[in-house]
Design a protein around this ligand. Sequence first.
Ligand code: AMP
Length: 289
Amino acid sequence: MSLLADYRKVQIVSSISEPGVCSHERGQRRVLVPTMGALHRGHFELIRFAREAAGKEGEVAVSIFVNPLQFAPGGDYEKYPRPETDDEEVCRNAGVDILFRPSPKEMYAADFSVAIEENSLSATLCGKSRPGHFRGVCTVVAKLFHILAPAAAVFGEKDFQQLAIIRRMVRDLNFQIEIIGAPTVRECDGLAYSSRNKYLSAAERQQAPVLRAALLEGARLVTGGERSASAIIAAVRKVIAASSLARIDYAELVDAGTLQPLETVRPNSLIALAVFFGQTRLIDNIRIP
Ligand code: AMP
């Protein structure tokens, strides 16, 4: 990752009450990139989008919080990577102005009892496989929006469902925050960058680009005139089945607006995938315009 010319000092804060945490105290346009850390090139690109949206005079804020509320009991919350020094370095190199890195205690009172639930878009795809996940995501993102008061926030299209749900939350709860979507950043072999790629064994890592290959095969069929969702998904599954270490969680063709499954391809469709390699669950998607 290259150093940006306009090197700035990153203010690292962990306490909500620290001066400058709320953008209103500074009176500058702030753009937020919410993350769980273990920052990679995908996050770096989101930070670049944030800088563009903030402008030279504005502020880029990154939050790093491994949110216990969005992990299932027995999930990878405890072992989720937390490379604090490396993350600070990425933020420094990317020209981040403020890094907000609170503890779980700082974010959740021991008797906290209010949460935010989205009830339509969350019913399919990852929401179906991971009950309660998006309730955790919405709750923490709403809290971060209140704490940091950004004018805009950037989310990756890799987590397409998350982005759609956050847009819905912002609309339905009248947050005065612009939501910016950023395209998925991939390794040379097509595997989307993810903090969870670190969990993959060498053999799993070698097979993991099959997600992208399967999505491209689905898109290729559509371009060739195939309209049937079951035919497209069968072809997607067949590509994945050729990888001995891959186990499909879901492979679906959905409407990109409602995230509801489709029987035939329509304009604005999406093929979405979740695939396990061992305990590691990877997701990816492709838009069918
Ligand atoms: P995470 O730290 O995994 O919660 O991700 C934080 C943000 O980075 C989310 O908005 C993700 O969608 C986004 N993100 C993660 N991986 C990528 C990627 N490979 N390309 C673009 N955005 C990404």
